[in-house]
Design a protein around this ligand. Structure first.
Ligand code: UDP
Length: 330
């Protein structure tokens, strides 16, 4: 199989590229290195079947050429991370919407299959737990830039579904829930790598708000498995799928787990949202996926236990801090 991964130097994309290369598929990575990093794919360069281009997913001729050559395009290139979204809303909206348009437009020329990566952010503030793919979305006001991300990704989904129904493009949409694991950088505000770094450095672990807000953390290896199963399953075409784990943990409990796993004596410190984020930020209290659709269609559901996920992230951050990491970004 010939697979194009946009955003393939990023966290999920680089793990996906690694799996595909390992099983003998041909992989082309396209990345502009804005949030992805060469270090993430360095170990794949020179491996049979692996190729990469540094370039933008907004570059129509380039994307058209690469999509044409691929059997499947996995469109992961996007502006990600809550901090980036609040700080650079123009970049977020433009990157997320335009790049998806370009990829789908290229795919429509020869009816090439595309997986569009979306996010659990699209559920917004919904309190209808667990989140099911067909439930109403509940976004906040346009004055709060966080919702620009959710809205841009929801538009990506509509575009993909429109290309599917109107132009016959085979599409699959995945909504990733708090995906974590080795290689994820804490630079864009993601909680687990941040906690791990703080614990390992003996710094206070910063829990925002009350710390009672909860999330479900899925291992990136499970996310990759879900992608591989979905692109190989004809019944998945035209569908939207939650991809995530279902074990819920509060940020306070997570901080304690990370501290234990790191063998750290760090203080766990509550930080008010007003100090943690720029104005225009709203947090969600709970976010839990219903993954029954993914399981029904592919026979797979993410199962990596939370304690193992925490151990993996702590081990990865420890390697980085000790400067011994090969093949990963900081
Ligand atoms: N969070 C925290 N400390 C940090 C970073 C994040 O307590 O250093 C909280 C954040 O406010 C949110 C949760 O952890 O309630 C998850 O944040 P993240 O940005 O990782 O993901 P998302 O909000 O998109 O679920």
């Amino acid at each position: 199989m010939n697979v194009l991964i946009t955003g393939g130097c990023g966290f999920i994309g680089s793990h996906l590229a690694e799996r595909l290369v390992a099983r003998g598929d041909k992989v082309m990575v396209l990345d502009d290195l804005s949030t992805g990093a060469m270090e993430n794919i360095e170990h794949l360069v020179g491996r049979p079947g692996f190729d990469f281009r540094i370039g933008s997913a907004l570059d129509v001729p380039l994307v058209t050429e690469l999509v044409d050559r691929a059997d499947h395009t996995i469109h992961l290139a996007a502006a990600v991370g809550v901090r980036l979204i609040v700080e650079r809303p123009v970049h977020t909206i433009e990157t997320n919407v335009r790049a998806t348009e370009v990829v789908l437009g290229a795919a429509a020329k020869k009816q090439k299959q595309v997986l569009v990566a979306s996010t659990s952010e699209v559920y917004g503030k919904s309190s209808q737990i667990p989140f099911r793919e067909d439930q109403d979305l509940q976004l906040g006001p346009t004055s709060h830039s966080r919702w620009a991300y959710a809205c841009s990704k929801a538009l990506d989904e509509w575009l993909a579904l429109a290309y599917s129904s109107e132009k016959g493009v085979p599409v699959v949409i995945t909504r990733f829930f708090n995906t974590v694991g080795p290689r994820q950088t804490g630079r864009y505000g993601m909680v687990l790598p941040n906690f791990a770094q703080q614990a390992l450095r003996g710094e206070p672990i910063t829990v925002f708000g009350t710390g009672l807000q909860s999330r479900c953390f899925g291992h990136v290896f499970d996310a990759v498995e879900a992608i591989l199963r979905l692109i190989a399953t004809p019944a998945a075409l035209g569908g939207v799928f939650n991809v995530g784990a279902t074990t819920e943990v509060s940020m306070l409990d997570l901080a304690a787990m990370v501290r234990d796993a790191a063998g750290s004596k760090s203080e766990i410190r509550l930080v008010p949202y007003s100090e943690a984020y720029p104005p225009g930020f709203e947090d969600m209290m709970r976010r839990v996926p219903d993954v029954s659709r993914l399981e029904a269609v592919t026979g797979f559901r993410p199962r990596t236990p939370l304690d193992q996920i925490v151990r993996d992230v702590v081990a990865d951050q420890r390697m980085r801090l000790e400067g011994t990491t090969a093949g990963t970004a900081s």
